[in-house]
Design a protein around this ligand. Structure first.
Ligand code: GUN
Ligand code: ZN
Length: 471
């Protein structure tokens, strides 16, 4: 059934890296089969009744308050749903010991009763109950942070991965769901790995079928082929996953060149390949729908290959800092024409917020500039950070032209931001962003980026469906 709604108020977006676009007016959203699309925009509208008469319709009007605005929903191009309970737990570790100390034990507990996490259990473990609790929470929390689309790594377990798909679909977040493939015996713990190449492929196919049954259109929910990273997979498995992704026209996600010891390991494990990038290229895994997380330690030649293949980069600045992985050369990538979006990389990253990723991307870029002789060309500004979080993310998840802007034909995946007002007596709401009233809207958005959190996100829609409302 078709329904229509008008949204009236201030609309702020970052359609280009250089400037925010700040508009007031109204948009008419038509929803058909749960797909809410902007049918018309009118930036001359000056009130709800003006909107009704200019669009010539009699439909409900949703109004953003004076101290708020509609903003495109954030796109998290790289997040590990099962790692959410570990957000903030990483001690002094770096990637490879972090994986064995914190990550594999937790992930394994979503399907293996012999997980080290259950060693001291006093009652029989219930892996699916654990998965349900964690997955419900991570989807609720990311929606509350304004993330309308997320590309998720799950675990190796088909049942728990399908449960993540169920919960994302039910709560209405746009989600790409990856069953993690890892089967290289010497690199994966006995308690947490796919049995063989055949098992890895068969289990991924089971999850592909499950996602297709939930959403045959693949618009709201789709499987994404997910080799964990080169060291954890047999070469034959990488190859068969590449074939599967190409045959089924599916997205691919993995990690690349995050940490110097990992890069060394890949050289040892794949002596016939020219580089880390070449391992994936040789397996047919570098497509126009491939998301490569981190890409911190890349040669010029590797970046050139990625550009040629039109593969995308997920920049995960909070994780790169937390695990001491290094600096991603975002400016160089953008200058080369490589498409870049932002990822939280929970729980390498400590926060499920893409607004926090915007902040971290801005901060880290200053360190990069400093290391290059204090050149401000490397600095990412507020508009550019927000552009990476929306338009950049849309490109990275192969949704360019459908997400990230307020234009006719785009999906209504939107967050309503409401800032705090401080009155003449210095009283205000407890909302994180104090607006005194004299700031222009560009400055208010900057204050949101640097000080905002989920308290500023009052409502969130995905495909026109209201999926979160702050109480
Ligand atoms: N490399 C392989 N697995 C992972 C993971 O779970 N997180 C991060 N950040 N890097 C990885
Ligand atoms: Zn990751």
């Amino acid at each position: 059934m078709a329904t229509r709604t008008i949204y009236f108020g201030r609309f702020i977006s970052a359609p280009t890296p250089d400037d925010l676009l700040i508009q007031t007016g109204a948009v008419l959203v038509s929803s058909n089969d749960g797909r809410g699309i902007i049918e018309k925009t009118d930036w001359t509208v000056n009130g709800p009744s003006d909107a009704l008469s200019k669009f010539g319709v009699e439909v409900p009007v949703v109004t953003a308050p004076d101290n708020g605005y509609f903003f495109p929903g954030f796109i998290d191009t790289h997040i590990h749903a099962p790692q959410y309970p570990n957000a903030g737990i990483f001690g002094k570790s770096t990637l490879l010991d972090w994986l064995t100390t914190y990550t594999f034990p937790l992930e394994s507990s979503f399907g293996n009763t012999n997980s080290p996490m259950y060693a001291d259990a006093t009652t029989p473990p219930d892996p699916l109950a654990r998965a349900r609790a964690v997955y419900k929470r991570v989807i609720a929390q990311t929606l509350a942070q304004g993330t309308t689309t997320a590309s998720y790594f799950a675990t190796i377990h088909v049942e728990a991965t399908n449960l993540l798909a169920d919960i994302a679909f039910d709560k209405g977040q746009r989600a790409y769901i990856g069953r993690v493939c890892m089967d290289r015996p010497e690199m994966c713990p006995d308690y947490y790995r796919d049995e063989s190449t055949e098992a890895s492929i068969a289990n991924s196919k089971a999850s592909i079928d499950y996602c297709r049954k939930l959403d045959p259109s693949g618009d709201l929910l789709a499987h994404i082929i997910t080799p964990r990273f080169a060291p954890s997979c047999l070469e034959e498995t990488l190859k068969q996953l590449g074939t599967l992704a190409n045959d089924e026209d599916l997205r691919v996600q993995t990690h690349i060149s995050e940490n110097v010891n990992e890069v060394k390991l890949v050289k040892e494990l794949f002596p016939d390949r020219k580089s880390y990038t070449d391992v994936y290229d040789h397996a047919g895994l570098l497509t126009g729908k491939t998301i490569l997380a981190h890409a911190v330690h890349m040669s010029k030649e590797e970046l050139e290959t990625i550009r040629e293949r039109k593969s995308k980069i997920s920049h995960c600045p909070a994780s790169n800092s937390a695990l001491g992985s290094g600096f991603c050369q975002v400016r160089e990538m953008l200058d080369l024409g490589i498409e870049v979006g932002l990822g939280t990389d929970v729980s390498g990253g400590y926060s499920p917020s893409i607004l926090d990723a915007v902040r971290n991307a801005c901060i880290v870029s200053r360190h990069v500039g400093y290391l290059k002789g204090g050149d401000s060309r490397y600095n990412l500004g507020v508009a550019e950070g927000l552009w990476l979080a929306t338009v950049g993310g849309a490109k990275v998840v192969s949704m360019e032209g459908r997400l990230g802007k307020f234009e006719e034909g785009m999906l209504w995946d939107v967050q309503e931001i409401v800032l705090g007002d401080v009155d003449a007596h210095g009283e205000g709401q407890d909302n994180g962003v104090d607006v005194f009233g004299w700031e222009n809207w560009e400055d208010r958005v900057a204050k949101w980026v640097w000080n905002g959190d989920d308290r500023s996100v009052s409502r969130v829609w995905v495909g026109g469906r209201l999926v979160h409302q702050r109480v």
